[in-house]
Structure formats: C-alpha cells, structure tokens
Design a binder for this molecule. Structure first.
Ligand SMILES: *Cc1c(COP(=O)(O)O)cnc(C)c1O
Length: 388
C-alpha cells in the first residue's frame, strides 16, 4: 500500500472515516418502540424519567439526582445552588471548558485561574491553596480528556476552608477515583448527555448532590426557572437507560483500547499521552488527550490534525486556554499559567468512538499517526506550497 498521506491524495487508513456516534443498539430501538406503543412519548411526564434518575442515583452512591436540558445548564444550576454572587471568587483550571468560565461571569463572580498539571493537562491540585482568598466561595473541577484530578486532596482542601466543591464530570462519566464515582466527590456533580458524549441523548444533562441542601436549592432553581421548558424528555430518558447498563463494560473496553494505543505510540517522543497519577483511579475516555510537540513531530499541530482527519481519524486541537486573548480584568490568577499557555498550542485529543472498535482497528489509529509522522516533512513542504 502506498505511504502517501491521504491529505496529499493517498489512500486513507480509514477510507470510511471515523466511526459514527452514537453506535447502534437494538435495546434503544426496543425502548423507543415501547414508548411509541404506549403513547407515553407525547406526555409531559411518565415513568421513564424517574427510572433513569433512580438508575443514575444507584450509580452515584444513592445520592439524589436531577436531570436537565444540558451539561452547560447543569453547571449553571450548580453555581446557582451554591449561591454564587457578585464579588465571589470561583477557582477553576486555566485550561477548561469555556462555558464554565462564562457561567461564573454570568453570576457576576470572578473566575480565579489555576495552572494545570503537566502530567495530564488537568487542574494542578498543588497550586490550589495559593489561589484561595477571603472571597473564595467555590472550586469548580473538570476532568478532561481522560485526565483525573486528585479529588481526595481537593475535597480535603474544600472542607478545610468551607468551600463548595462543584465537579464537572461531563467528560468522565463512568470513571472512578479512589473507588468513588467521578461526580460524587463534589458537593454538586454535573454531567452531560450531549450528542457526542459517552452517554448520549442528543442533548441533556444531570446533577447529583452530596448535600441535601444543594439538592433542594437546585430543584427549586430548576422548577422555578428553565426546567419548565428545558427538561429531559421521556424519549431522552428512554435512550439513556440501555446505555447506562453498558457503561461499565464500555468504560473498561475504552480503557483497554487507550492502553494499547499508547503502547503502540510510546516510541513517538512528540506525542505524549496524558498520564494520571499512579493508583488514583480508573479514567473514562470521552477524549484521549496528548501533548503534541511540533518540533519533535516535524509538523504543526494544525497540519497534524488535518492530516489525521484525512486518514479518517478523529483528532482535534484541544481547548483554548482561558487566559489567552482575554482581558486580565476578567479573571484573577496567582501564577504565570505557563502549562495552560503550553496547552493552548500543544494539546491534541482523539475522539472516543474508535475506542470501541476491534483491536485491529485501534492499532490502525497508531498506523495513521506513524504514517503522518513519517511523512511530516513532505506534508509540511506541500502545506507551504499551498500557502504560496
Ligand atoms: C460537553 C461538556 C459540558 C457540557 O455539555 P453540554 O453540551 O452542554 O451538554 C460541560 N463540561 C465539559 C467539560 C464538557 O466537555
């Protein structure tokens, strides 16, 4: 087979492109047709949503659960239940899902940005204490791209200082830390059932609560506000239930695939997979995060992503760092945020659906990366030609 990159007209490693998501499950078709037969799909409320909430609650240590229209809304409701107000400070990582940062602003509060751990691109717990001030009200922690934040330490710090801990588990549903489900370390945990997410209903979100007080406030906030028009429907609950049953097996399968993939890529010094601290827990992979070193790889990050997309592999650039291109008046920080700045230009992420493919196909992802690396010089030269 020709080694010419697909971007330059060669044959793609995956001619059909990346696998689609959600994957087809007969159980979902059955659930939908049962709703059709009963007519419950057209009702404002039915038995399916309570069943979903009970299923999620069982997964989350029996904690109370609320569902809502999206993961972004769940974070907003969490901040509202935490009574975040103008002038309060909320600590989060400088590399995070941007709407979380904006949600803090929406309450008139000040985001305090903490740098990330070079090991896994997620909030650096060692730098949390330095970010505290007399105005700190809450800490918002996301687990991103297969990375896990050491929650026992974050929890202890929050308790010591009387802070509210909000845990965004949108990318990590099914993961555990020290044996405890991710999302239940926070006083409030938030989840997403968005179209690309590991449990998907096309749209949707959920919250779980460690303290009854926050559950009551969130329930009230939802029932007085958006929840009257932004609920999770019976149809959405129906497609989520069968996925819940498969979640643990799939989480394990994805972890095995990542293990295999990173072993196959270990000889490439320019593509370092995110690593979690030893024995911290079992990650879940919505994305697989890597540090990308363009000098060592011999091509730019943008070109790498384009070349792999052409090979049929769903790589993307990571998030933008929150402090870059933004007025310093919009946040506070106590460090230069050097790792977050590096993340801004140097993270690539692989989208999860390929991780459920047979091992031979997962290996082909490594082949596609190697092919791109072998042809880095050619790709760079041609890309330069195109620009002329
Ligand atoms: C996807 C995502 C959300 C929210 O998702 P919605 O699309 O609004 O359901 C929140 N946080 C993180 C880290 C995410 O990846």
């Amino acid at each position: 087979m020709s080694d010419l990159p697909a971007l330059l007209g060669g044959t793609p490693v995956f001619p059909k492109g990346p696998p689609s998501w959600p994957i087809r499950m007969p159980e979902i078709a059955t659930a939908l047709s049962q709703l059709y037969d009963s007519g419950d799909w057209g009702r404002y409320s039915g038995a399916t949503l309570p069943r979903l909430e009970a299923t999620l609650s069982a997964r989350w240590l029996g904690q109370p659960v609320l569902t809502c229209a999206s993961g972004t809304l769940a974070v907003r409701i969490a901040l509202q239940a935490a009574r975040i107000e103008a002038g309060d400070e909320v600590i989060l990582a400088a590399y995070d899902y941007e709407p979380n940062f904006l949600a803090i602003h929406a309450f008139g509060a000040v985001p305090v940005l903490v740098d990330i751990d070079p090991l896994n691109g997620n909030l650096d717990v060692e730098q949390l204490a330095a970010a505290l001030s007399s105005k700190t009200k809450a800490i918002l922690v996301s687990h991103l791209h297969g990375g896990l934040v050491p929650m026992p330490q974050v929890r202890a710090l929050a308790d010591e200082h009387g802070l509210i801990l909000i845990e965004d588990a949108a990318q990590a549903i099914g993961a555990t830390i020290a044996g405890r489900p991710v999302g239940t370390w926070g006083d409030i945990g938030t989840f997403s059932f968005g179209g690309s997410k590991l449990l998907s209903a096309g749209r949707g979100g959920a919250l779980t609560f460690r303290r009854a007080e926050f559950y009551q406030r969130a329930k009230l906030a939802l029932s007085l506000g958006v929840q009257s028009w932004a609920v999770l429907s019976e149809l959405q609950a129906a497609v989520l239930l069968p996925q819940c049953e498969q979640l643990d097996a799939r989480t394990q399968q994805r972890a095995r695939a990542v293990q295999m993939l990173t072993t196959h890529l270990a000889h490439l010094p320019g593509l370092q997979p995110f690593r979690n601290r030893d024995h911290l827990g079992e990650p879940a992979y919505y994305k697989v995060g890597f540090w990308f070193d363009s000098l060592r790889m011999g091509l730019s990050r943008a070109l790498f992503v384009r070349a792999l997309r052409a090979e049929g592999v769903a790589f993307d650039e990571g998030f933008r760092a929150l402090h870059i291109g933004r007025s310093p008046r919009r946040f506070r920080t106590v460090s230069p945020l050097a790792q977050a700045a590096r993340a801004h230009t140097s993270i690539v992420q692989l989208h999860h659906p390929i991780l459920l493919a047979p091992p031979t196909e997962v290996q082909l992802v490594a082949s596609a990366v190697e092919k791109t690396y072998r042809n880095a010089e050619l790709l760079t030269a041609k890309a330069a030609d195109c620009r002329d």
